[in-house]
Write a protein that binds this ligand. Structure first.
Ligand code: FRU
Length: 502
């Protein structure tokens, strides 16, 4: 039986979704049905479709008591909303159903595991969160919370482990049929750690050990872990809070971290070998992955940034979108990401130019738009000194532009959205060190109304940023300090808005 709280949320979202004009949303990125969205949750393939749940407050476009929104898709690009799956309606989750994950049970039902949050006001008036792991079981639309929740109670954690920062379970099933789950937590020194639990059936859980420890290296608390094997390596994704910058690899604030190493399945031991950022742009956090029926590992992140997400224009009734689904690979100890291949089916009206000389500002006939997939390769003009800087402007008109610039001197690729219509003193730029031999660079740029995702050197790095520039600003231009030769292929991307496939 659905609670009154869930029934109200379902009624509200159905009515208010209709107030959002289709072209006020991204076209092929999942956005919130109405109100506010943060982390992807329970990203899974169930009953022949992809399911994406998400952190959700339906009643306003800011973060508040967390529900789970729900959408399904056949191709990861065209999403259909289903009714909200979870609401904060029990004594053990009354202040929020925080992030979590999904698992198909042997009997065919889908289990959702999430963090139940209860807030308590202390004598000094401070409010503290108590966080425990809970489950709900359902059929892909309706979910019933388990009578013995919480299934992992923070009171049972070892001495010194935080009971307030204990969240975001990720599940997997081992080859022997038993289950494992990892959860973000903090030891007494305030750093982050990932804890491992085991279960024979996904309902009763036992604490095993610390699966990975931050030791105060990458930020403090580690949120939203994901763990999987890929191309013979073990990959642990986490989203650290309160990062300090490290060169151009990690930046201040909430970040994304990918640890690549080995996993011994017998002893459940993860050994870390390499670390890197997952995304080098401004807006990407808390990613989750799914394994497709044809064996691909696909990742989607929240395309936003906790430090800037409260600075938006007041008159929007939705806030929050997911990144493009990205296919992952590990090569030479490094994570590679490419746009999911299903995106190719959206490509329309190809335009090609070879060997374009770019020095002054160049506009190319047929190259404009805000739903665009562009592949560019740049190199220095033959027989000339390597150029100093190459610039790509998009979302451009007389008043606005967002710029991607590449400086050969230090091999820095920079995204700058200062002129994207933002009226707040938030972060507008991010720089990333990229690999280039002699000024050669390969870029794939995907635009979808309110975002830009830049895949560098066939997925070696990605830079993601949201932009809210008015849609009329759809110009694209190129310029250089020095002489650049450029090959470019551009496609328009079909509009999937409102379920319509053109
Ligand atoms: C990450 C996060 C999670 C938490 C959720 C709450 O963005 O802070 O750790 O479960 O958001 O909405």
């Amino acid at each position: 039986m659905n609670s009154q709280t869930l029934r109200e949320a379902r009624k509200y979202e159905e009515a208010s979704e209709k107030m959002i004009p289709a072209d006020h949303r991204p076209s092929f990125h999942l956005s919130v049905r109405t109100g506010w969205m943060n982390d992807p949750n329970g990203f899974s393939y169930y009953k022949g479709r992809y399911h994406m749940f998400y952190q959700y407050y339906p009643y306003d476009s800011h973060w508040d008591s967390m529900h789970w929104g729900h959408a399904v898709s056949d191709d990861l690009l065209h999403w259909e909303y289903l009714p909200a799956a979870l609401a904060p309606d029990e004594s053990y989750d009354r202040d929020g159903c925080f992030s979590g994950n999904a698992m198909t049970l042997p009997d065919g039902r889908q289990l959702l595991m999430y963090t139940g949050v209860v807030q308590e006001r202390q004598k000094n008036k401070a409010v503290v969160d108590w966080q425990n792991q809970c489950i709900a079981v359902g059929d892909g639309v309706d979910y019933e919370k388990y009578e013995n929740n919480p299934v992992i109670d923070a009171k049972d954690l070892p001495e010194g482990f935080s009971r307030q920062d204990f969240r975001d379970p990720k599940l997997w099933r081992k080859s022997d049929g038993t289950y494992r789950c990892i959860v973000g937590n903090r030891p007494a020194d305030g750093s982050g750690q990932i804890l491992l639990f085991s279960s024979p059936d996904c309902f009763s859980w036992k604490y095993e050990k610390v699966f990975a420890a931050n030791n105060n290296r990458f930020g403090l608390m580690w949120e939203c872990p994901d763990f999987f094997m890929l191309d013979g390596s073990a990959v642990l994704l986490v989203s650290p809070q309160d990062m300090l910058p490290e060169g151009f690899e990690y930046h201040n604030g909430n970040g994304t971290l990918c640890l690549i190493g080995d996993y011994d399945e017998k002893t459940d031991t993860f050994t870390e070998q390499h670390n890197q950022s997952v995304d080098y742009g401004i807006d990407f956090y808390a990613p989750q992955t799914v394994l497709t029926p044809d064996g691909r590992r696909i990742m989607i992140g929240w395309m936003q940034n906790w430090d800037t997400c409260n600075f938006r224009s007041q008159n929007v009734s939705w806030f929050g979108q997911m990144s493009l689904p990205r296919e992952l690979h590990v090569r030479d100890g490094r994570l590679y990401q490419t746009p999911v291949r299903e995106l190719d089916q959206l490509r329309r009206n190809r335009v090609d130019y070879q060997n374009v000389l770019v020095s002054e500002q160049v506009h190319l006939e047929g190259i404009r738009g805000r739903r665009v997939d562009m592949e560019l390769t740049i190199r220095p003009e033959d027989g000339q000194e390597v150029y100093h800087e190459f610039m790509l402007n998009f979302a451009q008109n007389d008043k606005y532009h967002t710029t991607l610039s590449y400086h050969t001197r230090n091999s820095i690729l920079k995204i700058d959205r200062k002129f994207s219509g933002s009226r707040r003193a938030i972060i507008h730029q991010r720089r990333s060190l990229v690999n280039s031999k002699n000024g050669e660079l390969k870029l794939r740029v995907i635009l979808d109304r309110f975002s830009a995702e830049i895949f560098v050197n066939d997925g070696e790095q990605v830079m993601t940023a949201t932009i809210y520039t008015e849609q009329e600003a759809d110009g694209i231009s190129f310029s250089a300090d020095g002489a650049v030769r450029m090959d470019i292929t551009r496609y328009e991307l079909a509009d999937y808005t409102g379920g319509k496939k053109d």
